[in-house]
Ligand binder design. Structure first.
Ligand SMILES: [Zn+2]
Ligand SMILES: [Zn+2]
Length: 104
């Protein structure tokens, strides 16, 4: 259980006693001191419930627009048929069907 919550910045474990925040977008953790931009005072207010802050990691901040673009282009590039090109199971069932047809 050493790396249950690895920091996405330094990849080290995030123990409960350390200041760390989880990304609202991907749920991954990052040490407060690893470029979160959150001050110890803000963190203290957050943990005591006096301040609510939405924090998202660098990846999620950068991704928000790119993800919307790629989701539309991916469907155009990959038509449903090419995902299973020549499945052996499909060929076998076709052969069996052919045998049944010729026997009757
Ligand atoms: Zn870290
Ligand atoms: Zn994230």
């Amino acid at each position: 259980m050493a790396n249950e919550y690895p920091c996405m910045k330094c990849m080290k474990n995030v123990p409960r006693r350390m200041h760390a925040v989880s990304c609202d977008g991907c749920g991954r953790w990052q040490h407060r001191l690893c470029d979160t931009g959150i001050t110890s005072e803000q963190y203290r207010l957050m943990s005591s419930g006096q301040l609510t802050m939405e924090w998202s990691c660098v990846d999620c901040n950068l991704d928000s627009e790119v993800r919307q673009l790629s989701s539309t282009t991916v469907y155009d590039e990959i038509p449903p048929d090419t995902s299973i090109p020549n499945s052996p199971i499909r060929e076998l069932s076709q052969t069996l069907f052919h045998l049944m047809v010729t026997q009757t």
